[in-house]
Design a protein around this ligand. Sequence first.
Ligand code: ADP
Ligand code: MG
Length: 738
Amino acid sequence: MKELPLITPVSSSCCSTEATSDACCAPALESATDSTSEVRGEVDGLRVVLAIDGMDCASCAITLERSVRQVDGVHRAVVNFAAARLDVVHDEAATTHDIERAVQRAGFRVADPDHGAGSSYWRTSRARLTASAGVLYLMGLIALLAPVPEAATIAVFASCIALAGLPVFRSAWVALRARHLDMNVLMSAATVGATIIGEWAEAASVVVLFSIGNALQAYAVDRTRNAVRALVKLTPLEVTVLRDGIETLMEAGEVQVDDHFVVRPGERIALDGRIVEGSSSLNEAPVTGESMVVEKSIGDRVLSGTLNTDGALVVRAERLAADSTLQHIIRLVEQAQATKAPTEQLVDRFSRIYTPIVVLASLALIIVPVLLGGDPSTWVYRGLALLIIACPCSLVISTPVTVVSAIGAASRRGVLIKGGEALEAMGRMHVLAFDKTGTLTEGRPVVTSVHVVGDVTRERALVLAGSVERRSQHPLAHAILTAAEGLDLLEPTQFMSIPGRGAAAQIDGQQVYVGSPRLLHEHSIATDTITSQLDAIHEAGETPVVLATTGGPLAAFGISDAIRHDARDALDELRRAGISRMLMITGDSEQAAKRVADELGLEHRAELLPQDKLEIIRELHARHGIVGMVGDGVNDAPALAAASVSFAMGAAGSDAALEAADVALMSDDLHHIGRAVRLSRAAERIIRQNVVWSLLIKGAFVLFAPFGLVTLWAAVLADMGTSLAVTANGLRLFRHDR
Ligand code: ADP
Ligand code: MG
């Protein structure tokens, strides 16, 4: 399966990126989630996202950005170190080729689409250089202790510096040309400075420890990056296509929509489609994150990447391989990982001030005392130590690594978190609103009673209601259609969906309404003839749906929808995770809503129109700050959009929900919300720990360096050590199970 560069049209929000950081090591991550329609193919679009190989330090991101921005026709270039992605917006003046050349000039490669996921850091030449330099460094240390002539020791350290330093100096040169004071520049300056004052061992420690630190970090981040991508590998490359009764083995990429293909027991499904023959149990774990087999038969939808366990199937392809739901999810995850979390933006702003100030301070620390008659080599040494500390590496890497790892971990469990902002908001969320139908209830309502008015027959009522509802997408419409099964429905004209109330259409020249009692009031249709029928429905805690013509009501249907069996459990889990206020907001009748709310121990607000739901979310937002909302997105779009964090259930089945929600739950399992909340809380905690620790360690070293209490190797070790610790702490989330 070929991973082509991803091209998206430019959206209006692409202009907010001139915020270039001057800080060393600041990876510039910028949201790419605002893209809605992706097109894949050769580049002549206006935006291209490329996978980059060879970025082993966070500071490379800025250098690469600047280098690409210098290409004519490039409007913006944003690099995300943690996700190893370059996102470019350009016009016709710049070709992908120009962009790729700029990438190479900066010392990186555009990842081979076919081998990108497998490329290992250890096989790069930089890694080999680092390893050899490490060996030389150890030899030098031994030579220091052994009775070896000084010149020989210096020679060993000098070659060590040359080996490990080569790529660092080169990167520093590229960075300087891009007028960027990155950490390669700082480390190079410290290394060269140390050799000038004759501190060969120290100079070697700086460059070797720096390289090893980067190597370890790149390795760790790489594994997390590739874990998500590995999902794609779950889809078979070849498909047995059935054309005119003949089976042919074909590449998945060549299969067309409407082709029929065979899936044998034990095989994975290659393309999204619908079963036309056979039935089987499928394991949908790669998409939904849940290792649970689902029975599927003729007419059911199957998703690529899922595993066919026992039956043989013939499936009609509904999408090309490149457009499969799984590919879509992976693209969204990658875009999400490329967003900039609020904490990260803060840290970047801080670094932009911190680095130049500390660099100036280190220059002052060298110049001023020497001018005042101090010993040059003492003060140069102290200045160099401070120069190393000027790099905010650990601080800058602390958040993106955590975000990438949290989003990656969630996606493997069937939860798609759309970016650092959603993750952080969810981590601090205490209020959560739920839609009722399809969210807390099964979303498979059934007509449980039919109450007619006068001499209308039950059949006639179902025929009229069903004829209107055949055009509706609402879950209640589905219930009525099921009840009307077997009856001859009529053809509706001028169908109109009335959100939050019902639907209307012309049938046999008659205007027919189906919906809530409110719908009748709004159309001035008297409801007094069905008061007793409605009372009976309310009494039973069912949802009333009234059928009426302009002349008056004809019938009322009582509809009930079972509460999800795991809803109670899932809500308890959320309470334990720290969601202190939960409420159900619904367009359903007060009585039906109360029955569900009471059973689940929830606050509730009923008989709401879509705009009322929106108002409630706004109110909650004003009162509590962060407010989450869980919905099916069918008619709650305004409220979902107004929530700080919106959750969509069962998103694997709907591209709209997948795109729109801040957090998309692939399956219909409410427990996923609790899991996502716990993960985000853990991420919040880790981000805070990382930032605080990085600041404390930096602060301590900045304070001690001027007094000669910090050696160069200690400064590098502290810096690299903290970066690694912070990275490891963030990556821990990837294994966050529970
Ligand atoms: P919920 O908040 O439960 O998702 P909606 O806002 O979708 O509810 O709908 C509110 C009410 O409007 C429903 O309880 C029902 O009475 C009525 N309604 C909406 N659409 C339809 C429809 N297609 N057929 C019948 N009734 C409908
Ligand atoms: Mg709804």
